[in-house]
Structure formats: structure tokens, C-alpha cells
Design a protein around this ligand. Structure first.
Ligand SMILES: [Zn+2]
Length: 281
């Protein structure tokens, strides 16, 4: 999965600090991020290439083969002409396909943080300008003391299995860019446990009842500001599918040999599908 780094160890501890020579500076806005042009691998500008006065925000560091590499956010309004000779904005989807793995994970995580920082400039309660807290990754209101932490929405990914037929419930989303097979997914609502979300989402999206809900793994999925919680569960009763056409374009039961999905090493959904395909669940 995208967060499982083969060549690095991610360190998320927040320490307010300034960038120095060799540190990476990430400029991200919406779904795009500044990266070296025409490069097969992901490369972000280093501090010494940025060549402009701006306020930087410390992000995180990654231990790459024993060397600590720091990452900061830069100000997208201050990207110099010189920098634009070598670097251009690319869609964040490149982090699904390009490496090295620690740069892909750093890039997508930085995008989520950049979008969060862009959304918390003012206090939602009193309208004052928010300030960076000195000790935590948090924005604080100097007037009413309201605190804003990074937005993370928990959501479930569900592998529903029909034990009698040895099939898994596969779906395709309606009206989305992503056209491949997926599993049932949905956001946890206030007042629900993650297991409640599993039962509700499967019923709402496919009309199917489930039992034996069991936790598998989680994944930080910065493409959608989400913490994904993966669960498997078993079909309870009739497997007749009645899809919610607002959410899904297709829902069907597939046996391991009918599953067209190939291993991608990126998403929890992919890992969970492959696990069933390979007879491990
Ligand atoms: Zn306030």
C-alpha cells in the first residue's frame, strides 16, 4: 500500500522549524503539485532552488536509508520564474504510478496538508485570522482560542463474501473518474461505530445484509482526506443485489478466477480484492 515504504520510515511528529539546504519544498494547490518536468521519477524542488522569500510550513520527515529528509510546504503564490523552468504542476494522481515510494507518499500526504492549511485561514467561530500553534499541527484562534486540527474523515472499505458460493461482492462507482472494480465504501456518520457503517453502507448501496464483520487493516488515503478502515464480512441470507444507482453503476458477485483486478501495491481496496482472489480470505 502507498504508506508502506520500502525505502523509508515516515516521521510525523510536528516540530516548528525552518527549512535549510537539501530540504524538499512542496508547492501544492487543489489536486496539483509542483514536480520536475518530464521526469520518470518524482522530484520536488529543494530549498536552495526556490529562490524567493516566503513563509514555509514544516510537514514531516522521512528517514531514507539512515538520512533524515525534511519536507516543507511552500507558498504557491511565490513560485519564481526560475523555478518554473524546471518544475511544473502535475496532477496528484501521478503519486499512484510514479516512484520512489517515499516521494509518492510524501507528495500525496503534503497535498492533503496543503489543502487543509488553505481551508483554515480564519476561525469558523469568530472570523479572526488563525495562527499556527507552536507545539502541535493545529491552528489556533488568538481571540476565542478555538482549535482547528487537520481534517481526517474515517471511511470503511468492505469485502462482502458469500461463503457458500466462494464469491466476493464487487462494484463500480457511478459518475466517477475511477472506472475499475471496487469494493463497497462509505463514510462513517456521527454516532456510528465503524462496524455500523459497514452494515449500513452495504445495505444502502446493494440491498444485501451481512454478518461476522471483522476488521482487516487501515490506510491513510490522502487522495480523499480519509482514513480508510478495511473490513471483511459474510453475506447473511439472500445475495440478491439491488444497487443504489446514485452511488453505483454495477454490483456483482465474482469468484476468484472471475476477478480481473491486478496487484497495484497502492490501495487498501486493491490489497483486499487481491487477498480474496489469491484464496487468503
Ligand atoms: Zn475565534
Amino acid at each position: 500500500m502507498i504508506q508502506e515504504l520500502k525505502t523509508g520510515i515516515y516521521h510525523n511528529e510536528y516540530r516548528e522549524q525552518s527549512p535549510a539546504v537539501g530540504d524538499y519544498i512542496i508547492f501544492a494547490k487543489g489536486r496539483s503539485v509542483l514536480a520536475r518536468k518530464e521526469s520518470d521519477i518524482i522530484a520536488f524542488p529543494r530549498f536552495e532552488e526556490v529562490d524567493a522569500e516566503m513563509a514555509y510550513i514544516y510537514l514531516f520527515q522521512i528517514d531514507i536509508s539512515g538520512k533524515m529528509q525534511k519536507f516543507f510546504l511552500g507558498d504557491t503564490d511565490k513560485v519564481s520564474d526560475g523555478l518554473q523552468n524546471d518544475y511544473g504542476y502535475s496532477q496528484q494522481n501521478m503519486f499512484r504510478t510514479k516512484g520512489p515510494d517515499y516521494m509518492a507518499f510524501a507528495g500525496i500526504t503534503a497535498c492533503q496538508l496543503a489543502n487543509w492549511y488553505a481551508s483554515v485561514k480564519y476561525c469558523g467561530a469568530c472570523g479572526s485570522k488563525l495562527l499556527h500553534d507552536k507545539r502541535e499541527r493545529m491552528m489556533r484562534c488568538p481571540k476565542c482560542n478555538a482549535m482547528q486540527y487537520p481534517k481526517i474523515s474515517p471511511a470503511v472499505i468492505v469485502g462482502v463474501i458469500d461463503r457458500a458460493q466462494n464469491k466476493i461482492l464487487m462494484t463500480k462507482y457511478a459518475g466517477r473518474e475511477y472506472k475499475k472494480y471496487a469494493l463497497i465504501a462509505g463514510f462513517t456518520e456521527i454516532g456510528e461505530t465503524a462496524e455500523d457503517t459497514v452494515r449500513r453502507e452495504v445495505l444502502e448501496e446493494t440491498g444485501v445484509h451481512v454478518k461476522n464483520v471483522r476488521y482487516y487493516k487501515s490506510q491513510p488515503w490522502s487522495f480523499s482526506d480519509t482514513l480508510l478502515l478495511g473490513f471483511y464480512c459474510d453475506l447473511d441470507g439472500n445475495g440478491q443485489i439491488c444497487i443504489d444507482e446514485e452511488e453505483l453503476s454495477l454490483g456483482e458477485w465474482l469468484s476468484p478466477k472471475e476477478i480481473p483486478t491486478e496487484y497495484d501495491g497502492i490501495s487498501l481496496t486493491n490489497e483486499m480484492i487481491m487477498r480474496f482472489k489469491n484464496g487468503l480470505e
